[in-house]
Design a protein around this ligand. Structure first.
Ligand SMILES: [Zn+2]
Length: 426
């Protein structure tokens, strides 16, 4: 194998050389599976030459380095430890907080995945990457593609445009299309429709090994600091890609042998009332419970953490959320809008950092779990915080709001006419 990794199917075990794009196993089998990267290096050895996520390059499916990456910062807060009665609580912080060395410009863990996905592409790739996003993923890809001059088409519901704030004007290789009266699901459908054209390709979401191993560096960074695997890992989930990713990273760390032999229990939460994974898991189902799409759409509009709105999360697929929860002896939790808002407010008062609603959902679930006595007080707990923006670091920066390149004002979006408009952008 000329690469430092291969791509393996979790159902049939086939391993192939990566072309930078492959998302699915080419063998015919009924059960769907997520592909995984299998790395030649079995030990965890960060490369201290790099500050950002490329320090974990031996466990990233990449063929090039990109400019400008940051990474997760892991720290302890005495205030939060005391508040929760958990002296061994650690924060995995993805955001912008210069005093602590957190430099993710778009402030969410999506920036980790953008770097890895883009560094996985062959250098000579001229085709246009298509990404559907509720907002944060688009912001992350816009920033990284702009810095590294990689052409991309970002499809975002208009409600997600406020997320697109940058330090500099975007390079024109980045095209943003906004959809009026639409949600994340509409963006996903249009992205799939466009990507059928020659010259365009889909990023692939959770199926992309670059995306998962990029986000998985959250666990690598945490263990580099703590020097042990946590007992519990708390995160809010929409698709669950982040949870699957840290679970895969934890498995690699166990293989190394120095950081513990027990997988961190995934304590994953969703925002009431939109909780497809919570409901399936709590009723012991290996499949998502079929839902009325109009009810789902209504529920999505009611949640505080709008990014947690994936209506088709990879739950049942081999290597998906069900498997990760089962293998890690994890559990699903929930938080209401009020609980998540109160948690966000408390975090800001305690740390001087604003956090995204999704992180509020995770933090609220941890508060409830500790109050209910679900966590031993000496347990090592890792709380994933995303969208962290330090008030002080932020006040020194001027961020510019990006405008959409094209606005589509009314559904249906998947039409020939739309395709012609999108092709004309490049
Ligand atoms: Zn296969």
């Amino acid at each position: 194998m000329s690469q430092h990794y291969g791509v393996t199917c979790q159902v049939c075990g086939t391993t192939i050389e990566d072309d930078g794009f492959v998302l699915e196993c080419s063998a015919k089998h009924e059960e769907a599976a997520l592909l995984t990267a299998s790395y030649a290096a079995k030990g965890f050895n960060p490369d201290s030459f790099f500050d950002g996520i490329f320090r974990y390059r031996s466990w990233l499916p990449i063929c090039q380095d990109l400019y400008g990456s940051g990474r997760t910062i892991t720290y302890q807060s005495q205030k939060l430890c005391q508040f929760l009665g958990l002296p061994n609580l650690w924060i995995a912080f993805n955001g912008y907080w210069l005093e602590r060395g957190a430099t993710l410009e778009t402030a969410t863990f999506k920036e980790l995945e953008a770097y890895a996905v883009l560094a996985r592409l062959p250098k000579q790739c001229k085709d246009v990457l298509v990404v559907a996003s509720a907002g944060n993923t688009a912001a992350a890809f816009a920033a990284v593609c702009s810095q590294n001059q990689i052409p991309c088409l970002l499809i975002v519901p208009a409600s997600g445009l406020t997320r697109l704030m940058f330090k500099e004007t975007l390079n024109p290789c980045v095209k943003i299309v906004s959809l009026a009266d639409a949600d994340y699901d509409d963006a996903i459908q249009l992205a799939a429709y466009v990507a059928q054209l020659d010259g365009f390709f889909l990023e692939g979401g959770v199926k992309n090994i670059g995306r998962r191993d990029g986000i998985g560096t959250t666990m690598l960074a945490a263990v580099e600091t703590i020097e042990q695997l946590p007992d519990y890992y708390f995160q809010a989930i929409g698709s669950g890609a982040g949870a699957i990713a840290v679970h895969e990273a934890a498995k690699r760390l166990i293989e190394d042998g120095r950081f513990g032999q027990t997988l961190p229990r995934l304590m994953l939460s969703q925002n009431i009332p939109f909780m497809p994974i919570y409901h399936a898991w709590k009723s012991g189902q290996h499949q998502l419970i079929p839902a009325d799409p109009s009810v789902s759409k209504q529920q999505v509009q009611q949640i505080f953490a709008g990014v947690l709105s994936n209506q088709r999360p990879p739950y049942a697929v081999r290597g998906g959320v069900w498997d990760a929860l089962t293998e890690s002896q994890g559990d699903m939790l929930s938080a209401s809008n009020e609980e998540a808002m109160a948690a966000t407010k408390y975090f800001e008062e305690s740390e001087g950092v604003r956090i995204d609603p999704a992180a509020g959902v995770a933090f609220a679930s941890l508060i409830k779990a500790s109050q209910q006595g679900l966590i031993d007080s000496d347990a090592r707990v890792l709380l994933h915080i995303t969208g962290g923006r330090c008030r002080e670091s932020y006040s020194k920066m001027r961020f510019l709001q990006a405008e959409p390149t094209l606005e589509l004002t009314a559904p249906p979006f998947c039409t020939e006419e739309t395709l012609m408009k999108l092709v004309a952008l490049f």
